[in-house]
Design a binder for this molecule. Structure first.
Ligand SMILES: C[S@@+](CC[C@H](N)C(=O)[O-])C[C@H]1O[C@@H](n2cnc3c(N)ncnc32)[C@H](O)[C@@H]1O
Length: 369
């Protein structure tokens, strides 16, 4: 179909041709001018009408096409809306799933953190159990040692029972020799044990020494006093450095009515030096009048006064002893006293006899007097 523009151009061209023809016809007076104008205007009117019709038809076509497109777009919109709705639905179902998952994840988080706490508690519990197991193991080890320890305790107890019996036996024996005038002082512990005392008293009974000297006063001074009194004519001199025990021993001797036999002599400790060595030992002034000692009981000074505390007894008292003296060293099973005995024997011609006694007893005599 021709476009309105083509139609207009064609119409204008035809009009121009008609107008020229009419003008010629008017000039030739072939045609009346009014009829010519009407005849000339008619094609224009027809062309304009055709133009309007064509234009209307084109507008209709365009409107139709636009309508079709609009319909298509509406359909597309409907599809898009449908799609959007579906997407909305999916989104909300995804959101629901996500929410559900978030919920589950929170639940899982809670479960995980409670599991974490449980794990910490379980670790602590395990550590505590480990500690208890270790303690039990140690306890079991101790229990495993128990039979050995019980054996040792049993051996120790039987040793103590044997020892107690030995001491009781010696004590009963000693008691049969004397008739005490006052309660007797204790033996054992800090004092001489009955078995050692019995050896001393046996010697007094057998040899009847005139002078007994004791280094360190106490219970033994009383026992020796009774036995010496029994045989008559002898005396006991006990050297005592400690003023407290000096008084105690003196009152003990007095209580037993033995002052005529036993002298508790104060002999404070003084430094005695020999060969570059020094000791704390009884004041030598206290030895001055001691002669012909027949029995020497070395039971002091205490070990706390220095190493080999009793060593000076032999070098300082041997010149005051009789040729048949017997030197009794108490506590002879101690290392210090063993060393003292060995040294005495190296430096002096002494013979040694060891007697079984609770604290050890060494008896020394002058060899070939
Ligand atoms: C080894 S103890 C022995 C005393 C004494 N020869 C005896 O066997 O009984 C030596 C020292 O103990 C001290 N002593 C004396 N009487 C004591 C007592 N009742 N308690 C504790 N020590 C005492 C004295 O200083 C003494 O020189």
């Amino acid at each position: 179909m021709p476009t309105p523009r083509t139609l207009a151009l064609v119409g204008m061209a035809l009009g121009a041709v008609a107008a020229a023809a009419l003008a010629v016809l008017i000039l030739l007076e072939v045609v009346d001018p009014l009829a010519a104008v009407i005849l000339g205007g008619l094609p224009y009117a027809l062309a304009a009408l055709a133009l309007v019709v064509v234009s209307l038809r084109r507008v209709d076509g365009k409107a139709l096409r636009i309508d079709t497109r609009v319909k298509k777009q509406e359909a597309t919109l409907v599809r898009v809306e449908t799609l959007l709705r579906k997407m909305d639905e999916r989104l909300s179902s995804v959101a629901a799933v996500a929410k559900d998952r978030t919920g589950r994840s929170e639940d899982l988080q809670a479960v995980l953190s409670s599991l974490g706490e449980d794990r910490v508690n379980a670790t602590l519990g395990l550590r505590e159990i480990d500690g208890r197991v270790d303690a039990l193991r140690r306890e079991l080890d101790r229990l495993a040692e128990l039979p050995d320890r019980l054996d040792a305790v049993r051996d120790d107890l039987s040793g103590q029972i044997r020892q107690t019996y030995r001491q009781l036996e010696a004590y009963v024996d000693l008691r049969s020799l004397i008739s005490p005038r006052a309660p007797l002082p204790e033996l054992r512990g800090w004092a001489a044990s009955p078995d050692a005392l019995r050896c001393l008293i046996e010697d007094v009974c057998a040899r009847r020494p005139k002078l007994v000297v004791e280094c360190g006063s106490g219970s033994s001074s009383v026992w020796l006093g009774y036995v010496m009194e029994h045989f008559g004519g002898g005396r006991v001199v006990c050297l005592e450095h400690d003023e407290r025990y000096l008084e105690l021993s003196r009152s003990l001797v007095a209580a037993h009515g033995l002052t005529h036999v036993v002298e508790i002599r104060h002999a404070p400790l003084r430094t005695w030096e020999e060969g570059g060595e020094s000791w704390q030992w009884y004041d030598r002034e206290a030895l001055r009048d001691l002669d012909e000692i027949g029995l020497l009981h070395v039971d002091g000074p205490p070990a706390a006064t220095g190493p080999q505390a009793r060593y000076p007894a032999v070098p300082l008292l041997l010149p005051h002893c009789s040729a048949d003296v017997r030197i009794f060293l108490d506590d002879a099973s101690r290392d210090d006293e063993r060393a003292v005995v060995a040294r005495w024997r190296r430096e002096h011609s002494l013979e040694l006899t060891r007697r079984e006694a609770e604290k050890g007893l060494a008896i020394l005599t002058i060899a070939n007097p």
